[in-house]
Ligand binder design. Structure first.
Ligand code: G6P
Length: 610
């Protein structure tokens, strides 16, 4: 998703900006650009379709030099990916601007600006903001005041970085809805969409709040609210470390991250398990008192994180008397919900910056839930900062757009949460001891599933030429099937759907023929006999089955059944273990199809727009 990097320094900033953009590449984007004020105080802009490397190449051919500049990686929303639509956008070589977010009323603003004589070069909503600032500058006395006045007319979400030859010693920034962070250096200051972009130049950051306006010079950073009141925002020293960009023996980050899962699960469990109890590992105030008052858990997330929430609902309702509902954030945020007492509102997010999830959290806070808790992989993220309580996944930085180790560590945290809720409420069923025993086995069991790698690589050959696939599971394996289908869609571009196996006969069975591979996850759980009957329904209609099945369930290899035998694993952790072969399957199918595994088309890692 769009990434912003800006710098004002006493040294040339182009290389700082480019390095920042490279560090934002993992978020997903389709074009990139940079603008600096040169020695003649003229805006020098360079943009390129495609990778930051293409921008770099252009800059090598036609170097730009300046001590203040802004730069951007664009993930297209308004207007196709092209050089013309790439940021920075200009207004008559007088204003340069980068933007992350969506301006909802851009069409009406555009019409009004055209009638005033402004000429548009792009199809973007961002160019509207550039011209609007230019227009307001006619009546405002400074660039800062013009940005403030212009943003008053905007509806939607934005993080903005603005420079102008009028004020060559100033960089203006503001945010509403989209994240933006200020980085503090010595005699130089920066803005960035996340800390990763600025880690090579500083580890001191100010996290801007919605409605903040910032005036950066080389020696000062001044922050104001919408009323013009000066604000004193805390400076945080970041402990974040640079993304580990070393691929080691792996061809893709996704594969590296799949193989890191035993370790990331181990790291997430580290120091959190007692002999048969779970240690208090939730950050925040009055944790125990809060957990004792929970009557209901409401989970909100997007994408893969949503699937983690769906699995947790099965766990929570089978192991405690607390009810649970799960919903995608983009739906929840616009839906009226009656107020209930004792609701623990849980968000799950790898990045902690997903716009819909953040908006859902805002809504939950205004609905006065008992407490908000986020399960997240980024300690300094917006979701963590906005939530009362937090429970960290310790997955390490995840670079592949398709989430793998973040998902399995989220599941570990969700199981810890279920255990902590049971523990706080008297656990009469021995749930906690069972969770602890099984979680301790998890890293080793994950290692042994990874050994199936070669077998799954061979299986993948059956999928590479197919256009569709069905994924089946029952109970808490149904969301595992959903996650398997999502992985296949995301990286191999094969259409895949997941069904609870019991629903087959209500429609999807009509699709079954030998062109429709059917993948099923079959651990040895209470529902296994039911699942076996559902699989027979498929087989007797000529369907080709690909099963990841516990060796004890007695499903053997036949003509149209391909079985990958799995070790017998405890039921409570089976969803975590059965996720791995599905990740490997989609990875190998994608490699065979030759797709861009780590940066699949049209997708972004961190989705900071609605
Ligand atoms: C994007 C990513 C997914 C991720 C989803 C939610 O779509 O490509 O991998 O699951 O966002 O992201 P979050 O950071 O909130 O978990």
């Amino acid at each position: 998703m769009c990434g912003i990097v800006g710098a004002i320094a006493q040294r040339p900033v182009v290389e700082i900006l480019l390095e920042g953009l490279r560090r934002l590449e993992y978020r997903g984007y389709d074009s990139a650009g940079v603008a600096v004020l040169d020695a003649n105080n003229t805006i020098q802009r360079t943009r390129a379709l495609g990778r930051v490397a293409a921008l770099e190449e252009k800059l090598q051919q036609q170097p730009a030099r300046g001590m203040v500049g802004i730069s951007h990686t664009r993930w297209a929303t308004h207007g196709e990916p092209s050089e013309r639509n790439a940021h920075p956008h200009l207004s008559s070589n007088h204003i340069a601007i980068v933007h992350n977010g969506i301006i909802e009323n851009y069409e009406e603003l555009r019409e009004a600006l055209i009638s005033k004589g402004y000429h548009f070069e792009s199809e973007t909503d961002t160019e509207v903001v550039a011209h609007l600032i230019e227009e307001t500058l006619k009546t405002e006395s400074s660039l800062f005041d013009a940005v403030k006045a212009a943003t008053k007319q905007l509806r939607g979400a934005y993080a903005l970085g603005v420079i102008s030859p009028d004020e060559p010693d100033t960089l203006i920034a503001t945010r509403k809805g989209s994240p933006l962070i200020v980085g503090l250096g010595l005699g130089e200051n920066f803005i960035g969409s996340d800390v990763q972009a600025m880690l090579p130049v500083t580890n001191r950051f100010i996290y801007l709040e919605n409605g903040d306006f910032v005036k950066l010079s080389r020696h000062s950073v001044e922050i104001f609210d919408t009323e013009g009141k000066k604000l004193d925002r805390p400076i945080k020293e970041s402990k974040a470390c640079s993304l580990d960009s070393d691929l080691g023996e792996f061809r893709h980050y996704m594969m590296k991250e799949i193989h890191e899962q035993p370790q990331s699960v181990q790291n997430t469990l580290e120091g959190r398990l007692g002999r048969d109890t779970i240690k208090q590992c939730i950050e925040g105030e009055n944790v125990l008192e809060t957990l004792q008052q929970v009557k209901e858990v409401q989970i909100i997330a997007c994408g893969t994180s949503y699937h983690a929430g769906l699995i947790a609902r099965y766990w929570l309702e089978s192991m405690t008397d607390i009810s649970c509902s799960v919903e995608v954030a983009s739906e929840y945020r616009y839906r009226r919900q009656p107020q209930r007492d004792g609701v623990l509102f849980v968000t799950i997010s790898q990045s902690g910056e997903t716009a819909d999830t953040l908006a859902a959290l805002e809504k939950a806070k205004s609905n006065k839930c008992l407490a908000t808790l986020t399960i997240c992989n980024v300690a300094e993220s917006s979701l963590i900062r906005e939530s009362d309580l937090s429970l960290m996944t310790v997955a390490g930085a995840e670079i592949g757009v398709a989430s793998t180790k973040a998902f399995t560590t989220q599941l570990v945290c969700l199981q810890l949460l279920v255990g902590l809720l049971a523990q706080a409420n008297g656990d009469s069923l021995g749930v906690v001891a069972n969770i602890v025993t099984n979680l301790k086995k998890l890293p080793v069991l994950l290692e042994s599933v990874l050994d199936k790698d070669a077998e799954i690589e061979i299986l993948a050959e059956h999928f590479a030429e197919k256009n569709h696939a069905l994924f089946l599971g029952r109970g808490d394996q149904y969301p595992v099937a959903m996650e398997g289908a999502l992985k296949l869609k995301e990286i191999s571009y094969i259409h895949a759907e997941a069904y609870p196996a019991g629903e087959l006969k209500h429609g999807p069975l009509a699709l079954v023929d030998n062109e429709m591979p059917i993948v099923a996850v079959a651990p040895n759980t209470t529902l296994i006999e039911k699942l076996k009957s559902n699989l027979e329904e498929v087989r007797s209609r000529g369907g080709e089955l690909y099963l990841f099945a516990d060796k004890k369930v007695g499903i053997s290899q036949k003509d149209n059944i391909h079985v990958v035998e799995m070790e017998d694993v405890p039921e409570t952790i089976a969803p975590i273990i059965y996720t791995i072969p599905l990740q490997l399957l989609s990875y190998y199918v994608a490699v065979l199809k030759g797709t861009d595994v780590d940066k699949p088309r049209n997708l972004a890692k961190s989705v900071t727009v609605e």
